[in-house]
Design a protein around this ligand. Structure first.
Ligand SMILES: [Zn+2]
Length: 301
């Protein structure tokens, strides 16, 4: 149930939960002299409590700041485990409305999971374009790259250590997911993250890596955009386009059925749709099950 802290620089730890995939996310722990920054929590109360123990073990007694990379429940359901003990919670300004709108709806997709108590906690502070946090000897920059994975993405960049906590802007070993954000916006965001020239990249799910994780996410999204163009030209819908796709290397990704949702977003944008405009997610999720040959989406939370 617990994740593994992976030290990626002095005082900087990726909190990696295996095996990744639906609702099994990564977090981050950045220990400054004055404060500790926690990047995201976890999907279930038990997993969030395990993360809290890891934070206390690495940085007991320090003031805590928690940043949400976006509102999705797998990254935020455990927030109350921290905020109940005086932690400052920060998100992008579009985050609170999304937290309220979605609540715990995601949990109904996987009723067998022991979610525990997961009340919605609203951030005490929201930021627009970005912000800089001084943790005491360590600086963390919060960057909003526009609508990408969602409308409220925040990447966390440590310029001195050149470590990037990318949230779900980057997936490692799992299929990216842009149904609720923007495919074009994701590519623009990834170009911006690449320009930071990070040494270490911690994606929202999957193993820690380097800039090659940004490149592989870009490659997947460009492939998806090209599939959408061909599907549209042939008069297909997103599901049929996905079913006939030659997935090549992408067939090995966890949660590969996300292709269907990604194609819904790509079709929407190819037709002139606005990035981040709402696409009903339930029908796309049902089509992902069809793509999977009828198997329900697998969640190991
Ligand atoms: Zn997400």
């Amino acid at each position: 149930m617990a994740g593994t802290p992976v030290t990626v620089a002095d005082g900087v730890h990726a909190y990696v939960q295996e095996p990744g995939g639906w609702c099994v996310n990564n977090a981050g722990i950045v220990v400054g002299e004055e404060a500790v920054l926690v990047v995201d929590t976890a999907a279930t109360e038990k997993r969030a409590l395990a993360l809290r123990r890891a934070v206390d073990g690495l940085a007991g007694g320090r003031r805590r700041i928690l940043v949400s990379t976006h509102h999705h429940g797998d990254h935020t359901f455990g927030n109350h485990v921290f905020t109940g003990r005086g932690t400052l919670l920060i998100s992008h300004e579009a985050g609170p409305a999304e937290l309220v709108r979605k609540g715990t709806a995601l949990q109904s997709m996987w009723p067998h999971v022991d979610w525990g108590d997961t009340p919605t906690v609203l951030p005490a502070l929201t930021v627009r374009g970005g912000a800089t946090l001084n943790l005491g000897g360590t600086v963390a920059e919060l960057i909003h790259p526009g609508v990408a994975h969602t409308s409220d993405d925040l990447a966390v960049w440590l310029p001195e250590q050149r470590v990037l906590f990318a949230g779900d802007l980057v997936f490692s070993g799992a299929a990216p997911f842009v149904l609720m954000g923007s495919l074009a916006g994701s590519l623009a965001a990834l170009a911006r993250l690449r320009a930071l020239d990070p040494l270490v990249v911690v994606g929202g799910h999957g193993p820690v890596g380097g800039p090659e994780l940004i490149a592989s996410t870009e490659e997947y999204l460009r492939w998806t955009a090209a599939l959408a163009e061909r599907g549209l030209a042939d008069g297909l819908d997103p599901l049929r386009t996905a079913l006939r796709a030659d997935e090549g290397v992408f067939a090995a990704l966890l949660d590969r059925e996300r292709l269907v949702g990604n194609l819904h977003r790509a079709f929407h944008e190819a037709a002139g749709g606005v990035p981040g405009a709402r696409i009903e997610s339930a029908p796309a999720m049902r089509e992902m099950v069809v793509f999977n040959g009828g198997r329900p989406l697998h969640c190991a939370a």
